[in-house]
Design a binder for this molecule. Sequence first.
Ligand SMILES: Nc1ncnc2c1ncn2[C@@H]1O[C@H](COP(=O)(O)OP(=O)(O)OP(=O)(O)O)[C@@H](O)[C@H]1O
Ligand SMILES: [Mg+2]
Length: 351
Amino acid sequence: MELLKLSLVSKRYAADGPPAVDGLSLAVEQGEILALLGPSGCGKTTTLRLIAGFEAPDAGTVTIRGQVVAGPGRAVPPEERGVGIVFQDYALFPHLTVGDNVGFGLHRLDRGPRRERVAQILELVGLPGFGGRYPHELSGGQQQRVAVARALAPAPALILLDEPFSNLDADLRSLMREEVEKILRNTGTTAIFVTHDQEEAFTLADRVGVLHAGSIEQLARPEDIYHHPASQFVAEFVGAADFLPGLVTSAGVVTEVGVFGNVGDLSLGARVEVMIRPDDITFVPHRDGAGIIIHRHFRGPESLYCIRLPSGHRVHSSQPSSSMFPIGTRVRAEAHVLHVVTFPAAPRAGG
Ligand SMILES: Nc1ncnc2c1ncn2[C@@H]1O[C@H](COP(=O)(O)OP(=O)(O)OP(=O)(O)O)[C@@H](O)[C@H]1O
Ligand SMILES: [Mg+2]
């Protein structure tokens, strides 16, 4: 069952300005966790605010549980939408204690059960005993966790999280992620969370929506977003991608780093751009190699090499972090592509 549906929703902040959200449509199933990914300013926060009711769309409709909550002549106020939200800037009430912040949406409970629920949820976010403090007495990451606790406390049917873990260090982040996912899954809560972290989106979400300039460019399972990106924009946004010119022949798509089979319904003779991921490229040092290592980025668990090919195009190759080839090393580079992803060739500058 669809819990939430946006149909052709648009929103402009200034009458003569560009749309922040532009004809956006999406549907989220009951119990589903959806991640929204996209560059800064593409409309992620605005989309959440439209769903929660803090902004009204100029066009289109928002439907929650089959009821239109925003649309022509209709605007259900935020408090009647049953939606929990964690704002990007936390937006805690500064004059209320942590306990009162978290208990804010629990006015229907008596004092005893409310206090119990607050203590339970603070424990869950790793802040037991913090109930008496004020927001200004907390670190940024602690405030962020209080905001998550406040949104989860009333057990809303739909929860919107705007970069809820952005201020936490890597360990705490993955811990919180697991805890929050457990709560969402155990309670069947539907969630939309915004993140800049593609890995986080892939780990946590059932489906990922990639936003570009106010509309959804692709909405699909993480695996499909990564392996079958619908556009070059999506391909580059989710993980590193290089593009090499290719020619479709009966033997496959011919590129500088190999010939890839399975041309599908591409027409013979067509010129295309072939997507190459760093994990597709292997290389061996060779005196007569045509490629040259021009960069090595150490990234902790892996090293990312940049190799310049004779044409001037560059490809990246991810290698174990223990691998150490100096810049300037000549190499033979080769791609092993499982599914060939191509885009129509556009006029481009080499390199
Ligand atoms: N209150 C506002 N008044 C005018 N313009 C706004 C307002 N809020 C956002 N915008 C503009 O609308 C566009 C979308 O903003 P939004 O906050 O939704 O982006 P975002 O995807 O959440 O970005 P970020 O990743 O940086 O948080 C941006 O161009 C932004 O400048
Ligand atoms: Mg934002």
